[in-house]
Design a protein around this ligand. Sequence first.
Ligand code: GLA
Length: 351
Amino acid sequence: MTTKVWGTDDLGRSVELITIQHNLFEATVSDLGAVLVSLKVPDKGNRQRDVVLGYDTAVQYFNNYETYFGATVGRNANRIENSQVTIDGKTYLLEANEGQNCLHSGPNGYHTRRWEVKERSASAVTFALFSPRLDQGFPGNLELTVTYKLTDEGLEITYTGLSDADTVFNPTNHSYFNLNGQGSGTITHHRLQLNASSFTPIADEKSIPTGEIRSVKGTPMDFIQPKEIGEAINDPWEQLQLAKGYDHNFAIDGVRGHLNPVARVEGDESGIVMTVLSTLPGVQFYTANFIQDEKGKDGAIYHSREGFCLETQYFPNAMNTSAFESPLLEKDVLTTLKTAYLFKGESHGNV
Ligand code: GLA
């Protein structure tokens, strides 16, 4: 484990870059936002490649409200319609940052705060954050932690939340992956398999789900059998046109409360295979549709479709949609959520 001072926050406190390692895995994270800055994994030739998009400087992460590269998003990932939620009969107003709606908890996200380093070892780091009552508009004093841990198989991200009043707890990690290596071009030839037989269609280009949970069968959303991400991405199909590609929530098949398989993705050139597992019910699959000439790590310039996100979460706008499982965290109940991004190069056999 190595640490390095990376910059200072607006209170003059230093922020650090922390690198953890295990076998041929290496992850760099920061107490600035508990962001994942880089993730190096072995390819088919056992050469390490950094498979997540990101920035070189702390300043770019303090302003990370367009791309959300590597972000720990909270309290609520994704969109809340009209920026309001009702909890125990009381309506709470959140801050709108996408028209009338609230995206990724508004303009004061956890991913730009300075977190406390609670525990660190050679292969794991735990960050803690205290989010006071009415922070971002939500009720309840919330104590949360995020742990990044490298194992023999890859990266595990574990979240815990404890609040003194009923609140929303729906964190996610917003990393953009490119399994051929960050900055190496399009991800449209990656093969994706999604363990989701249904998705939540969006009403219009504002991307709020209609409330329907619709079968993927016979549509470009069907990734039950592996196919290239780009195979149907430009089809003249309303849902893809509204979002300019994939930017939709899929309902993960599996048993609620279990660590269910979510996805398997194969880098076409590197041979790197990533499997995603999660205890959460949904995953936002996003193909970086809105990225344009974004200056990234090591001189890379990123464009649309040069990374993909698999943001595990409760369904978008679930607090306002009766058909969707609620992300309500009950008062005084400690909750744990977990997502794992596991890797195997071709030389390591199949996952
Ligand atoms: C999520 C959203 C996208 C976009 C990105 C951030 O993935 O679903 O529409 O806002 O975050 O750029």
